[in-house]
Design a protein around this ligand. Sequence first.
Ligand SMILES: C[S@@+](CC[C@H](N)C(=O)[O-])C[C@H]1O[C@@H](n2cnc3c(N)ncnc32)[C@H](O)[C@@H]1O
Length: 259
Amino acid sequence: MNYTGSEDRVHPARKTGCGRGENGGVAESWMIDELAHAGPEHLDPVFVAGYDRKQGYPDPADDLAAFEAHGLDETSAVVDLGAGAGQFALAAARRFGHVTAVDVSPAMLATLCERAAAAGRANLDCVRAGFLSYEHSGAPADGVHTRNALHQLPDFWKALALNRIARMLRPGGVLRLRDLIYDFGPAEAEAVFTGWLGHAAADPADGYSSQDYAEHIRTEFSTFRWLLEPMLAAAGFEIITVDFERRLYGAYTCVKSAG
Ligand SMILES: C[S@@+](CC[C@H](N)C(=O)[O-])C[C@H]1O[C@@H](n2cnc3c(N)ncnc32)[C@H](O)[C@@H]1O
């Protein structure tokens, strides 16, 4: 397994096995530093080692089914943006033809790549890049998945990221987006957050504690549903399904419009 640094960018499509590369063009002077916004914990190998236990083991069945409902199968290519330690990407590689797992964090990507190699997946490539720097090449993707990662970007950059996602998909391609998204108005924030923090894990090793949630609200960029949905429309997506849990966690299935 090779690691390719920025001096020698190799696109994963040219690699075999758990191809591991880094891609993205030269950044404009006004471009945000995605690594600086990635969340310091995601860059910390100690946090990454305990990440699965902390976040639990969410079943990706609904996400896989959302793609399959739109015709994706063993011939399809899927990109997972902000893939983390690979819980979705590994499952998707067992179901779809090719998966490109993209993450800006070297520590997350190292874990994901080790797992992909251990699983013997030749159809899973790992690329170190961000929402705003990943360069998709070859045929447009059939699906893009992103879970609990888009909130790392402030809203202006989310809109750009969604536009880039639309451009890497074929017409009719599917975006499955899950994230912490606020399904309430500003006047309700205090009441909703009080309830949320009241249901947090007691031990931060076992789950997200009230301190973790408070830090998320203070320092990360979860947005309102009523701001996100116009961004999806502006990027050229039609929202097909949307589900919210506790007015805080949104799951969207969107299709890229043909026009
Ligand atoms: C909370 S984790 C979620 C990981 C995975 N999607 C999951 O659900 O288990 C957020 C991930 O997004 C990555 N990330 C943060 N900012 C990013 C960006 N701008 N582009 C790509 N990945 C990013 C982090 O490195 C981290 O792995």
